[in-house]
Design a protein around this ligand. Sequence first.
Ligand SMILES: Nc1nc2c(c(=O)[nH]1)N=C([C@H](O)[C@H](O)COP(=O)(O)OP(=O)(O)OP(=O)(O)O)CN2
Ligand SMILES: [Zn+2]
Length: 123
Amino acid sequence: MYELKVKTDFAAAHRLTLVGHKCENLHGHNWKVEVCIKGDGLDEGGVLMDFGVIKKSLRGIMEELDHKFLNELDMFSDCPPSSENIARIIADKLGAAVNTDKARVYSVTAWESDNASATYIVQ
Ligand SMILES: Nc1nc2c(c(=O)[nH]1)N=C([C@H](O)[C@H](O)COP(=O)(O)OP(=O)(O)OP(=O)(O)O)CN2
Ligand SMILES: [Zn+2]
């Protein structure tokens, strides 16, 4: 089994109700995002998946999030923009773009700060 990791980031604003009092106020984070792709077989070029393919798709997803008020985005119309939901939505979007029969998005971790992150593991 091979495991690839690619990191990226975005800055955005959000509000979270029902989590903690101070989270209800409009505020922002510089999220760090780490995606993990897993698979067994390498192609004839000796790679599981070209990092460039992963980075290109991630850039598109980050553009949808960067400098946005997350609560107003369609992707969060039915779920709060917590780090958990951010990680899951990135995993779903990235998987739809890059998954093959040989390599798949395994997990996405969204770091809200240097010491707090949420990871979504694709089942
Ligand atoms: N499981 C989760 N818990 C919290 C989330 C989340 O996405 N998933 N998000 C928040 C808020 O975004 C909040 O802005 C962060 O709160 P907090 O961790 O308290 O942030 P601080 O940077 O102020 O951290 P301190 O350690 O208190 O300085 C809350 N919880
Ligand atoms: Zn927050």
